[in-house]
Design a protein around this ligand. Sequence first.
Ligand code: GLC
Length: 714
Amino acid sequence: MNTGLTVDERVGKLLSQMTLTEKVGQMNQINNLGLDHGDVIREGRVGSALYASSATAGNVRDAGVDLDNLNAIQKMAVEQSRLGIPLLFARDVIHGHRTVFPVPIAQASSWCPELVEKAASIAAKEAAANGIRWTFTPMLDICRDPRWGRITEGFGEDPCLCSRLAASAVRGYQGDDLSDPLKIAACAKHFAGYGGAEGGRDYNTTDIGYRSFRDIFLPPFMAAANEGIASIMAAFNEIDGVPALANKHMLTEILRNEWKFDGVLISDWNAVCELIDHGIVQDKREAAFISLMSGLDMDMVSGTFIAELPSLVDEGKLSIEPVDAAVKRILSLKFKLGLFERPFVDKTLGKKVVLTPENRACALALAQKSMVLLKNDGILPLKKDIKRILLTGEFARSRTELFGTWTLDGRSEETGSVEEALSQRLPDGVHMDVHINYPDEIVRMARSTDVVIACIGEHPGRSGEANSIVSLDLPPGQLERLKAIADMGIPIVAVVFAGRPLAINWLSKRAAAVLYAWHPGIEGGRAIAEILFGDVEPGGRLPVTFPRATGQIPIYYNHKPTGRPLPPSLKEYGRYNDCLDQPLYPFGFGLSYTSFTYEKLEIVKNRIGTDDSIEVSCTVTNNGEREGEEVVQFYVRDCVASVTRPVKELKAFRRICLAPGEKRIINFTVPVAELSFTNINMKKTVEPGDFLFWIGPNSMEGLEGSFRVTVDGD
Ligand code: GLC
């Protein structure tokens, strides 16, 4: 019953009728809320329900969402509570609901904001049709340490790429009108710095310098806020001694006062209570008080707000203002979602929007564009002279393992294995054997084959939350059989499934080809078959640096020069006595089935004012006989500044498709303001001076030019 009032007016009117308990009830989220919670629902002591099985839901499959049950719970809230305020149902729809897309780090490998947006819009439709109107994604944690299992849930190591994809995800999930019954509220997480966990140990201390915090870890969240994201989730971790939920500078001064974010700020699972474990509060009462006063709106499943805030207000120890402010934001989100007009889910929606051919086509395209060809001695795409194939490896017959972590609703029967996809795609006259169990039998069979396709890598069960590892080597036992095959001179095409970069040194030297498939989702098997036989090319480019060895971590492209940059003579070897310094594969790297040439680098003006834009271009040519896609990347370096600056920073990129032999001029126009950083006085600013820039295929190659920024461009 839209009363013609504005959302703010409706919120104000409702708030004025609410008791203190009902207000704090809106700030309380309960997991797996059921009809057995009748009293809590009728008394208005819960505002949101989280469908998650456990504290680390990403690796624990639950029974899924029962729409009838959800509507029954909603009916109880709407018809039996005093004010009939609808519940907001939430679930981690991290990379698809029933149409499972590649894991987020794979999606980042596509460097294709349009596809990431489309995938998010499909995920929103399917989740909304299943009663879920709030998802806890995109995860925007910059991560430079693949030992941390949650690297798979984010968009990699770079703030520019991550920010672009953050905005795409927000647009996809939320659209232009949140009241659209097929749109859902997104949630940028984990605010902030969670990916900086020391040792890659999940939930660990982060000791991030304030400039890095501002210039590396925060930009993706700011991009999401600027795109109008409906909510943000505060992180578990501390930064330099201050846990996120006690960090008023971050949660209020930056988020609310600087960025003007007016959405809902929710804690992570039980994090309010965990302030006690952090050792900065004595008890739940203090935990509730400090997290509310720092800026938190909603308490995820700890029950601390509903237990402690009413008495704090009643005893005069807490004013009602911060409570009202939080409740206003929560009610505002519910009004914007149209929950008061349409609290119940139309059960007929599902069959119209779930697992449609269009959804699958998007999952296939995203999988194809996210797989990264890291090495190819020419064996790919498989040629006509290949008559016998041996398919092996733990993932050869996998189905749900292709989905990756945080797959709560994908179903095995709705996907296909690599074996099935290859069998369907086999050209006439080509025979494929499959053997994955006995290493000696694999080696024996390999002798009479033309190529071994080895589907190896890490199981999704050791990826994602609470899944840190100390070694990035391939899991035990996988290399030994491949070495036996390689020693017989049989070519190996390694298809690597993983949620993180692995140190695949041996593969990079001894495999004939390496295709990094990540955990590619519901159409992953088909994408691989079509790539191996050349129907499409692998389109991915790395969103994160691949190390040679775990001991190189942290290693990332946008590092500082130091006072002793490597001299050319040492460039290859660097500072380690026992390992080359350079990454195994650099940020932005990926091969295609054709090749590209970069030439004629140009800049419109090489003296540019601080209020102006950098306008550069170069000509890219497809040298091959087949159409190909390239991700053209634009990097800069600030040569001299009041603080040290990275040796390279991505500032723009574009995916292009060129016909065989086609030449195209690729232009980038980047506002000089994009060169701003947190300077010696902790102020975000652009400092005039000399810059280098590159346009190229990745962070280590490209055509180099220079320009100078002056105050007025003279
Ligand atoms: C988990 C995760 C968070 C997730 C939430 C709800 O602990 O840290 O990313 O959204 O709880 O499942």
